[in-house]
Ligand binder design. Structure first.
Ligand code: 4AD
Ligand code: MG
Length: 432
């Protein structure tokens, strides 16, 4: 008898198989027991008919608790009533690991309770669906960048530099030296772009942000492409193609997950249409002021109500271009004719999901960068290697960072970023 996964059931109709699974739920009457089975690949139903199995097997089935692990044997049968289309007519059950008083029952639970049980909560169908979408976004990222001729480069996690500012660093010891956990791999990716042309990274990043919002994690994963000989306009094209590609692939490959999450496909389809709109920071401030936001003046960074208003003015993700110099990092390219803004962009997701991409064209002039490093109070010696990139064949280059969990939250259509990562690190939470 062949051991298969639930997902493979369609290839085994009429055949006898064995499946390793957990009992997600169960209903039974005097003559029949329905087991809702999950094995990580999918869910389907096991039907145990009293008259067709031994008395012992039937009693065992009736007594199975939620999350007991079993080896179950039987015949795959088509079942037009089930969403999945197949079920297992059970002939025999072997208990592998018992489960008693499983804490997460089908009733409603509070968020803190679920977060305390994240190690078990991950087994639920909604969490399963979100993780499938996360996996698809990661898979499609590799496909997109490989197909576009990028090579993957892995920047370090332990670093001595602070690309995104010094206030949000996690400090650690590196033997006798001070070190930080990476906030962004960007500076290293710039070095890599000078070596390989078009590169991308995908890895964990850390920010000691004291923000408790539905968009912020302390540890999150970022995709960071960096491209030599590319200006901002060319980078925006890569960004919109990439995001549209992610949405298309989720639509094509995550059918069941989208059903579970009740995500409206028609809404997602709009995000596959290019180009995405662009608005300057200046015009975004004017738009907000004209529409009752008098808490914003030129020079301020946008908060989430502002981003949401701007996003709602468009049907698709929108780029906000060229922010004030004072609120962007030291490495951002100065505007050729204006002192007050820099060449950068944020991509704001629709439906109130906020910024999903931050990107910019990078400053290429050695003296300008040195001056900025000093202005930011950064240690020149620690950035000597970065300045070298402007000494030996500097070229125009651009790059961006997409926050994986922001993208997962948005594409899945879920409320809170904490469900977009298996084990979220949040303000005041490092358990489990
Ligand atoms: O806008 P950020 O800070 O940009 C950078 O780090 C650049 N160095 C990237 C680059 O050009 N290579 O962060 C990029 C993205 C944001 O747009 C957001 O999606 C995500 O990372 N992000 C967070 N996601 C979850 N929790 C947080 N605390 C995040 N901070 C940023
Ligand atoms: Mg940003």
């Amino acid at each position: 008898m062949e051991r298969i996964t639930i997902k493979q059931a369609s290839d085994y109709v009429g055949k006898e198989v064995e499946i390793g699974a957990w009992v997600a739920n169960k209903r039974s009457s005097g003559k029949i027991a329905f087991l809702q089975l999950r094995d990580g690949t999918a869910y389907f139903q096991g039907v145990v008919v009293k008259s067709e199995v031994s008395e012992e097997a039937f009693q065992l089935a009736k007594g199975l608790n939620q999350e007991t692990s079993i080896l179950v044997r039987g015949t795959i049968q088509e079942d037009s009533r089930s969403k999945f289309g197949y079920e297992l007519v059970v002939s025999d059950i072997e208990v592998i690991g018992e489960s008693h008083d499983y804490p997460i029952t089908p009733k409603e639970h509070g968020t803190e309770f679920l977060m305390d049980h994240r190690h078990l909560w991950l087994r639920s169908s909604k969490q399963h669906a979100i993780m499938q979408i996360r996996n698809e976004i990661i898979r499609a990222t590799y496909e997109f960048f490989n197909q576009e001729g990028f090579i993957k480069i892995d920047p370090p996690i332990l670093t001595g530099s602070a690309p995104e500012g010094t206030t949000e660093l996690f400090h650690t010891n590196y033997f006798d030296e001070e070190a930080y956990l990476s906030q962004s791999g960007q500076l290293y990716m710039e070095a890599a772009a000078m070596a390989f042309g078009k590169v991308f990274s995908f890895g964990p990043t850390f920010r000691a942000e004291k923000s408790k919002t539905r968009r912020h994690l302390i540890e999150f994963w970022m995709m960071e492409p960096e491209m030599a000989f590319m200006d901002q306009e060319q980078s925006l094209e890569v960004q919109e193609q990439y995001v549209a590609f992610l949405v298309s692939n989720v639509l094509a490959n995550c059918d069941h997950a989208l059903d579970v999450l009740e995500r409206d496909r028609e809404v997602l389809k709009k995000y596959t249409q290019l180009p995405y709109p662009r608005i300057s920071y200046d015009d975004a401030v004017t738009l907000l002021n004209k529409n009752g936001f008098d808490d914003i003046t030129w020079g301020d960074d946008f908060g989430s109500p502002h981003e949401t208003y701007i996003a709602n003015s468009f049907e698709k993700p929108v780029f906000i271009l060229n922010y004030p110099k004072a609120i962007k990092p030291f490495y951002t390219k100065p505007h050729p004719t204006r002192e007050d803004v820099v060449i950068c962009s944020d991509m704001i997701a629709p439906e109130g999901y906020g910024e999903i991409i931050g990107g910019s064209e990078r400053a290429v002039d050695y003296d300008y960068l040195l001056e900025r490093i000093r202005e930011f109070g950064l240690n020149e010696e620690e950035y000597a290697w970065y300045l070298d990139l402007r000494k030996y064949g500097t070229v125009p280059h651009s790059g961006f960072g997409l926050g994986l969990e922001r993208a997962v939250t948005w594409i899945s259509g879920i409320e809170h970023i904490r469900e977009a990562i298996p084990f979220p690190r949040l303000l005041n939470r490092i358990y489990p």
